[in-house]
Design a protein around this ligand. Structure first.
Ligand code: TYD
Ligand code: MG
Length: 436
C-alpha cells in the first residue's frame, strides 16, 4: 500500500522586484518526481497518521497542550529510529539535558532513547549550525515557541519569532533532506502565537489531543501533504511512556456504565470506527446563567444540541447545569456525535437509562449491552446521515451492541420516543425497539 511520494523540495526564491527572468513552464507529465521511501517511527499509530511514516526532508508540526505527551511521543519515535540505524537529533529549547534524560529513562525503549544525540539550546543560530554539521535523518525540535532568533526583536513564542524559527529550520532541513518533527504548544484558547501561524508553512500538522489528567490521547492529522487527513491514532499514557491502543472500542464499551446519562457513540476516528462512551449530567443550578461544561466535544455543538432538544425533542434543560464528557479523554469532533450528545442529555434529564436489547439471552441473566448511536442533528430536529454508517454499525455489532440508533429513525423526536425517554422520570430502563 506504500505509495511513492515526491521528495519535498526547497522552494527557493529569486530576488524580488519587476526584473525577474521569465521561466519556461513544464507539463506536469514531464516533471521528474523522485520517489522516496518513508522512515518508520516504529510507532504504528504515528506512522499511520503520517500516511505511512516520516517523509525525508519533510516538516511535521506536532501541536498539543502542555503535558499531553508531545516530548514523550517524539522521544519514543527518535529512539525507534535510532534503533533502526537512523541518524537522529533531539533539540530541546525547553528542558535541560538532565530532564530529557529522566524522561528517556522512564520509557520502555530507554536503552535506545538514551543514545539519542541531544542538545539543550534556545538560540536558533546555534541549533541551525548543529543541524548543518550533524545532518541527522530525523530531528525533533522541542519546541518552536521556545527557540529564539537573536536577529529579531520580540520574545520567544511571538508570531514573528515563531515564523522565523520555523522558516529557518525548514530552509536547512530541506537543503539537507532532514525530516523535522517540530513541537508546538497550543493553549486551550489557542491564544499563544503558535502552530496556527505555521500551518501553511509545514508539510503536516498533527494534533495531539486529550485531557492531561486522563489516560487516553488521540493523534490526528489536520493537514498532510503526503497522506490523508482522516487518519487518527489512539494512545494511552502509562508509567513507561505512550502505548498504542489498538482495542480502544473494546475498552470503552467494557467500561461503559449503562446508567442514566450514558450512551455509546459509534464514532469515526479517521478511517477507523471507534466506540466511545458519552456521558451527560443534568443538575439543578444555583447560578443565574447555568453551566455548560464539556470535555471531548465542542461547546458550541452542545449549545446547538440543547436548543434542538428543547425545541424539537421536548426535553428542555433550561436552568439546569449540563455537563457532557467523552469518557477516557478522547475528543470527538464530528457532526455524527450530535445524536449521542442529545440522547445522553435526554437520558440524564429524564433519569432513564438507555440500553440495547438483551439479545438472544433466554435466561435474561446477562446485563443488557449499552445503547449505541450516531447521527447529525439538523436545526429542524431531523437526523442527518453521516459518512460510514455501515462501518459504525459493524463496529457496534462486533462489540455486542445489539441496538444502534441511526439517522434512519428520521427525527430526534422519533428516536426519543422509540427509546421511551419522553416519559417522565421512569425507573424502568428505556429499551430501544428494534431500531436497527
Ligand atoms: P510530556 O511528554 O513531557 O508532555 P508535553 O511534552 O506534551 O508537555 O509528558 C506529559 C506527562 O506525561 C508528564 O506529566 C508525565 C507523564 N508521563 C507519564 O505518565 N509516563 C511517561 O513514561 C512519561 C515520559 C511521562
Ligand atoms: Mg514537552
Amino acid at each position: 500500500m506504500e505509495e511513492a511520494v515526491a521528495r519535498p523540495e526547497a522552494r527557493g526564491r529569486r530576488g524580488g522586484g519587476g526584473g525577474g527572468e521569465a521561466l519556461k513552464p513544464v507539463a506536469l507529465g514531464e516533471v521528474q518526481a523522485e520517489a522516496v521511501a518513508r522512515l518508520s517511527t516504529g510507532i504504528g499509530e504515528l506512522d499511520r497518521v503520517l500516511g505511512g511514516g516520516v517523509v525525508p526532508g519533510s516538516l511535521v508540526l506536532i501541536g498539543g497542550s502542555p503535558g499531553i505527551g508531545k516530548s514523550t511521543l517524539t522521544t519514543m519515535a527518535l529512539a525507534n529510529l535510532a534503533a533502526a540505524g537512523r541518524r537522529t537529533l533531539y533539540v530541546s529549547a525547553e528542558e535541560s539535558a538532565a530532564q530529557i534524560k529522566l524522561r528517556a529513562e522512564r520509557l520502555g525503549s530507554a536503552a535506545h532513547a538514551l543514545r539519542i544525540p541531544t542538545i539543550a539550546e534556545t538560540d536558533l543560530a546555534a541549533v541551525l549550525a548543529t543541524l548543518e554539521r550533524e545532518r541527522p535523518d530525523v530531528c525533533v525540535v522541542d519546541s518552536v515557541q521556545t527557540l529564539h532568533s537573536a536577529g529579531l526583536s520580540g520574545a520567544p513564542g511571538s508570531v514573528g519569532q515563531v515564523r522565523e524559527v520555523a522558516g529557518e529550520i525548514m530552509r536547512v532541513a530541506k537543503t539537507h533532506a532532514i525530516a523535522v518533527l517540530l513541537v508546538g504548544h497550543v493553549t486551550k484558547e489557542g491564544a499563544l502565537a503558535g502552530p496556527r501561524v505555521l500551518e501553511h508553512l509545514v508539510d503536516c500538522v498533527l494534533q495531539f489531543e486529550g485531557e492531561r489528567e486522563r489516560t487516553y490521547r488521540t493523534l490526528r492529522a489536520l493537514k498532510n501533504r503526503f497522506g490523508s487527513t482522516s487518519e487518527a491514532g489512539v494512545f494511552e499514557m502509562r508509567q513507561d511512556g505512550l502505548v498504542e491502543v489498538l482495542d480502544a472500542s473494546a475498552r470503552f464499551v467494557g467500561e461503559a456504565t449503562r446508567a442514566p446519562g450514558s450512551v455509546v457513540l459509534a464514532a469515526m476516528e479517521g478511517s477507523r470506527p471507534l466506540l466511545v462512551e458519552v456521558q451527560a449530567l443534568v443538575a439543578e443550578s444555583d447560578l443565574e446563567i447555568p453551566r455548560r461544561v464539556v470535555s471531548g466535544i465542542d461547546r458550541n455543538r452542545l449549545a446547538l444540541v440543547l436548543a434542538v432538544l428543547a425545541r424539537h425533542g421536548g426535553v428542555g434543560v433550561g436552568t439546569s447545569d449540563v455537563f457532557v464528557n467523552v469518557v477516557g479523554g478522547v475528543r470527538v469532533d464530528e457532526p455524527g456525535a450530535d445524536l449521542a450528545i442529545a440522547l445522553a442529555v435526554a437520558s440524564a434529564a429524564r433519569g432513564v437509562a438507555l440500553t440495547g436489547s438483551a439479545g438472544p439471552d433466554p435466561d435474561r441473566t446477562a446485563e443488557p449491552p449499552p445503547l449505541a448511536c450516531f447521527g447529525e442533528l439538523g436545526l429542524t430536529g431531523e437526523l442527518r446521515t453521516v459518512a460510514h454508517a455501515d462501518r459504525r454499525i459493524a463496529e457496534s455489532r462486533k462489540f455486542g451492541l445489539t441496538t444502534v440508533v441511526t439517522p434512519e429513525v428520521g427525527t430526534l423526536r422519533a428516536a426519543l420516543r422509540a427509546l421511551r425517554v419522553e416519559r417522565e422520570r421512569s425507573a424502568e430502563r428505556g429499551r430501544a425497539v428494534a431500531l436497527r
